[in-house]
Design a protein around this ligand. Structure first.
Ligand SMILES: *[C@@H]1O[C@H](CO)[C@@H](O)[C@H](O)[C@H]1NC(C)=O
Ligand SMILES: *[C@@H]1O[C@H](CO)[C@@H](O)[C@H](O)[C@H]1NC(C)=O
Ligand SMILES: *[C@@H]1O[C@H](CO)[C@@H](O)[C@H](O)[C@H]1NC(C)=O
Length: 364
């Protein structure tokens, strides 16, 4: 009995000490980066490496062997790779990339890149395979001017997916850049640990079918501040776990009849600041009962007899935000209240009855 129990305990012990930040190397070995290693208890430290104003990939390569020897909890690269972008030559692209085989050779738990000019194939350099069981978080903010990021690296028979190499990745954040399409090959192989995908502040006009199909554990998806005009079914497999969807600040005119069927566990929907006019019952017929928070503020919502379904569909505990923009009688009226009033006023054919002049009541 005892031996059966100890094996997993020992294994767990090994795994949990397998990653512990390293002591910092001498400053000159990682210059211009700097390192801080904070004690976290017996033999455990939390190691942060910060690289600021690295002029190009070569300056990164110069310290690569030191970085390779370390285990880094948080690696922060900011305001870097500026020199090649000033040159503007085609070769400059190769000076705005992460060092060859970085995914396999660097042991970085959380990688964060900010205000750095990366080329579109920044992650692809190296031999034609990669393996990474360390990185849990990848973040790039304001770091790309390309509308496309190479996710399939290599050519011919030796292609690989750099996103797919990160078998432990939980959080992928690529924002304040110029991505224009979320392509179906962005995550070409299953990412079984990925929980959060944040693509806010890009220029995404389209989410291709199957773009999210290989993210079975995705819980949170942020597509806010993009240029989407429509949103259709996001997942073809209906066992998705998505709970949070932010599509605010886009140009969405309609939510489409298949959206809700594809997100059966949704709890929060942020769809404010779009161009949604009509809330047709047919588009919302599959709305999951888990949905507790719906934000439709700042949309040009038209409140006619077609919104009568709202009052009875959403339990009073469901927070529904949004006001009617038209017609005049219902301008600025809360959706739920307008729905209730329309239930009383609409006739069986779905026409708003004419209002007797005497009952001129205030609607809000
Ligand atoms: C984005 O990064 C560039 C440097 O690559 C910087 O000059 C610019 O100010 C940053 N923009 C924002 C909004 O932070
Ligand atoms: C996405 O990132 C932005 C900052 O770039 C942040 O404000 C937002 O909360 C993030 N969304 C999620 C779902 O984590
Ligand atoms: C609105 O819905 C509630 C139940 O949620 C119901 O009791 C009430 O009668 C409805 N009002 C109208 C006008 O349909």
């Amino acid at each position: 009995m005892a031996s059966v129990c100890t094996i997993p305990v020992v294994l767990f012990g090994l795994l949990s000490i397998a990653f512990a930040g390293s002591p910092c190397p001498p400053r000159e070995n990682i210059y211009p980066c700097s390192c801080v290693s904070l004690p976290q208890g017996k033999n455990v430290q939390f190691t942060i490496v910060t690289c600021h104003k690295m002029k190009d990939t070569d300056s990164f390569v110069a310290i690569f062997s030191t970085l390779r020897s370390m285990q880094i909890d948080h690696f922060y690269l900011f305001d870097s790779f500026w020199e090649p972008s000033l040159l503007g030559t085609p070769e400059a692209e190769n000076k705005q990339v992460l060092p060859a085989d970085w995914l396999t050779l660097l042991r970085i738990k959380e990688l964060e890149i900010v205000d750095t000019t990366l080329s579109s194939c920044f992650a692809c350099h190296g031999s034609l395979s990669c393996r990474n069981g360390v990185t849990t978080r990848f973040t790039a903010v304001n770091s790309s001017n390309s509308e496309k990021v190479c996710t399939i690296c290599g050519t011919g028979n030796s292609k690989f997916s750099w996103t797919g190499c990160m078998s432990k990745l939980q959080h992928f954040h690529f924002s304040h850049s110029k991505l224009s399409v979320l392509r179906s090959d962005f995550f070409p192989i299953p990412m079984n640990q990925l929980v959060v995908l944040n693509l806010t502040h890009n220029e995404i006009i389209k989410v291709e079918a199957n773009a999210l199909a290989r993210l079975p554990r995705l819980v949170s998806l942020d597509l806010s501040h993009n240029a989407l005009q429509a949103i259709e079914n996001l997942f073809s497999d209906q066992s998705t776990r998505l709970e949070f969807l932010d599509i605010s600040y886009n140009m969405i005119k309609t939510l489409g009849p298949n959206l809700f069927r594809s997100v059966p566990s949704l709890k929060r929907l942020h769809a404010d600041n779009n161009l949604i006019v009509s809330l047709k019952q047919s588009d919302w017929k599959d709305v999951p009962s888990t949905l507790r928070n719906i934000d439709l503020r700042d949309n040009p919502l038209h409140c006619d007899c077609d919104i009568r379904w709202i009052n009875t569909t959403f339990h009073i505990n469901v927070v529904l935000q949004g006001v009617c923009a038209s017609p005049e009688d219902y301008e600025n009226s809360q959706l739920r209240r307008a729905s209730r009033l329309l239930n009383e006023r609409c006739d069986e054919d779905g026409n708003i009855g004419t209002r007797p002049p005497k009952t001129k009541f205030k609607l809000f």
